[in-house]
Design a protein around this ligand. Structure first.
Ligand code: C2O
Length: 568
């Protein structure tokens, strides 16, 4: 029967032998990526999009299916597509981050991503992974249970996609390039969107408002994705209670709440029962902005409308009472209140024996302007970001994965530090502008033996501002053992670790001026980017890469790249 698995323990490898693959299908799609003009906020704007739509096409698959996605780059930009949250077991070549697992697909060229989805189901998404292209090059990737498997919650009447995005009244690539040249923070977005539509609180957007018609009494499964570039978002629906049943495509204990908060990269599966008086209700998203001493931000609100079938059409929708933009207690209550659904399909217990222990500081800093450029950042310097003071630089001549696979020297150094260069008072706000905040650029990565259990304490620093950074790990989910504010206390905070049912995710918003502890098993050979999912911080260097070695047993060895693999 579907789902029956035989588990074998052979040396270092745990091999899952599926005894039934009969139901697996192949899902084949073509992505034509090109520029087009769309109207938003009263004006035309040229954007890069997939198959002419914003958001791009939704991919529906079932667990066990093989995806074959042909990407044709007809845009003027270099391009890669990343399948955010997909494990990519033994298919690291299809993961997508530019210069990490592949060189970009050049304009006029194509590449076919092939991978099988195993061991996960729920809401994920895909997006461009090169500079800021993902602002408009993104879409949902929905993994339904295998045929014959049911959800661990009441069967929804319908499923609804809600992709939250961010909109610029300008070419995002130009916005980014200008900020990188001058070493400054880029311009803010002009709107947030729900399914590509800003909603009627923005000018000229009455028709650009997402509407959801619901039938009284029915249960809807909302699949929420934060696809915004640089902002965490609160989300709420007036008059309705939400029940979270999964995050980042991992089932959770049902969590009842009025308000959801999602960092860029995160997803949530949420049940909504249409149990209100017939009428119209706004759903709304606004930023959760927590950076201290930061400049202005896009403090606007996107809305969609939930309408009950049979309601009069001229109704004025009720507006939810959204939290203040800086309501950290509300955001933290939500994020730290989630727990995993023990025993659910694909659930994995916390690996107990830790092989690799890391303590990584994350945050913003400064670095010299470089070359003979002139920077307009603080003191004529440029904004920079780092992990353990190492500010990540992408290779340019070869992808890291190829360098690792073919053992090419000179592309990276495997010396990413396990601890910061110095122990200090990490979250002391008066350390801002201290020389400690100067970052060192480099392509420094960390190597793990196959199957190593890795525990990482992520600790926010306070040099140039303090901020909640959404850290995303490619190729793996992790358990979030604990999180809190201030400096991590190795003695007392360890006692708070949840080793029973911690939430499992692929992206964790590390509390502003605080810390989070994650644990995962490095059981997937490849090169896995670990980075801040704010697109403003990634090119500044808030990233590193984990190289996971092959297991000598054939079944866990990464095969060579496909024949059409892009060259640098
Ligand atoms: Cu959503 Cu590095 O990715």
């Amino acid at each position: 029967m579907a789902g029956a698995h035989l588990v074998l323990f052979i040396g270092c490898a745990i091999v899952l032998l599926a005894t039934s693959t009969a139901s697996a299908a192949t899902v084949e799609r073509s992505f034509h990526v090109q520029n087009l003009t769309v109207w938003r906020l009263c004006r035309p704007q040229v954007i890069t999009a997939v198959n002419g739509s914003l958001p791009g096409p939704t991919i529906y698959a079932r667990e066990g299916d093989t995806l074959i996605i042909h990407v044709f780059n007809k845009s003027p930009y270099n391009l890669t597509i990343h399948w955010h949250g997909i494990f990519q077991r033994l298919t690291a070549w299809a993961d997508g981050p530019s210069y990490i697992t592949q060189c970009p697909i050049l304009p006029g060229n194509s590449y076919t991503y092939r991978f099988t989805i195993t061991g996960q189901e729920g809401t994920l998404w895909w997006h461009a992974h090169l500079l800021w292209l993902r602002a408009t090059v993104y879409g949902a990737l929905i993994i339904r249970p295998k045929w014959g498997h049911t959800y661990p919650f009441p069967k929804p009447y319908k499923e609804v996609l809600l992709l939250l995005g961010e909109w610029w009244n300008s070419n995002v690539m130009d916005v980014e390039n200008e900020s990188l040249q001058l070493g400054i923070t880029p311009n803010n977005s002009d709107a947030y969107t729900i399914n590509g539509k800003p909603g009627e609180l923005y000018p000229c957007s009455k028709k650009q408002t997402y509407k959801l018609k619901v039938a009284p009494g029915k249960i809807y499964l909302l699949r929420l994705i934060n696809a915004a570039l640089n902002n965490q978002l609160f989300f709420e629906i007036a008059g309705h209670v939400l029940k979270v049943v999964a995050v980042d495509a991992a089932y959770t204990d049902p969590y009842v709440t009025d308000i959801i908060v999602l960092a860029p990269g995160q997803t949530a599966d949420v049940l909504l029962t249409a149990e209100q008086w017939p009428g119209a209700y706004y759903m709304a998203g606004r930023p959760y902005f927590n950076a201290e001493n930061a400049g202005p931000f896009d403090n606007t609100t996107t809305t969609g409308i939930l309408v009950y079938e049979g309601s009069a059409s001229a109704l004025i929708p009720k507006m939810p009472l959204l939290p203040a933009f800086n309501d950290t207690p509300t955001a933290h209550k939500f994020s730290s209140g989630l727990t995993s659904l023990v025993g659910a399909r694909h659930w994995v217990p916390v690996p107990c024996k830790v092989d690799e222990q890391m303590f990584i500081t994350i945050g913003l800093g400064l670095s010299p302007c470089g070359g003979n450029a002139t920077c307009q950042g603080p003191n004529g310097l440029r904004f920079s970001a780092s992990m353990n003071n190492a500010s990540f630089q992408l290779p340019t001549s070869l992808s890291l994965l190829e360098a690792f696979f073919y053992d090419v020297k000179g592309i990276y150094t495997a010396d990413f530090p396990d601890v910061p260069p110095l122990v200090f008072d990490y979250t002391n706000r008066s350390l801002s502008q201290s020389p400690l905040g100067f970052t060192l650029k480099g392509t420094r990565v960390k190597k793990f033996k196959y199957n190593a259990t890795v525990e990482i304490v992520l600790q926010n620093t306070a040099f140039v501002g303090v901020e909640n950074h959404p850290m995303h790990l490619h190729g793996n989910n992790f358990h979030v053992l604990a999180q809190g504010f201030g400096n991590f206390d190795a003695i007392n905070d360890r006692k708070k670790f949840n080793l029973i049912n911690p939430v499992i995710r692929n992206t964790i918003g590390v509390p502003v001026g605080g810390w989070a502890v994650i644990r995962f098993q490095a059981n997937n050979p490849g090169a896995w980017l670990f980075h801040c999912h704010f697109d403003v911080h990634l090119p500044w260097g808030l990233a590193t890469v984990f190289l996971v070695e092959n297991c000598p047993i054939l079944s866990s060895t990464l095969p060579p790249p496909p024949a059409d693999f892009p060259k640098c």
